[in-house]
Design a binder for this molecule. Structure first.
Ligand SMILES: [Zn+2]
Length: 132
């Protein structure tokens, strides 16, 4: 877990915002940023975001629910959300653990993902257990 990124302290309730500001999320992050990773699946390798984890109950849509678009593919289990206005990925409900959301660290207010201590682990989404 990471409690501080660059000059920004991760708040127990930290906001995440898309680029245009239409979509605002409130994330419960009492333990800071948990399990930041990249993933090599067909979706994530194109998206390029660093993703961290939050339980389903730890994510609240403050505004922009009507602007969010959902994208699903393959097994249609994971639900990927992005802003229908600016196109930025904000969060997704995981396939590997449907009790969790992954969220885009770069949307956290005040956080520059390039300040994350590296190297960022890469999840093996190509060889996903649900595909075996
Ligand atoms: Zn937006």
């Amino acid at each position: 877990m990471i409690k501080r990124i660059g000059n920004t302290d991760i708040q127990p309730r930290h906001r995440a915002v898309c680029h245009c500001g239409a979509v605002v999320l409130e994330l419960e992050l009492p333990d800071g940023v948990v399990d930041p990773c990249r993933c090599n699946c067909s979706m994530c390798r194109r998206r390029g975001a660093i993703v961290a984890s939050v339980p389903l109950a730890g994510l609240r849509i403050v505004s922009g629910e009507e602007t969010l678009r959902r994208y699903q593919f393959n097994t249609m289990t994971a639900q990927h959300y992005f802003c229908g206005n600016c196109g930025i990925y904000t969060h997704h409900q995981r396939r590997s653990n449907p009790e969790q959301y992954g969220y885009n660290i770069a949307c956290l207010e005040g956080v520059d993902p390039f300040d994350l201590p590296g190297p960022i682990p890469v999840g093996d989404g190509v060889n996903h257990p649900a595909d075996r």
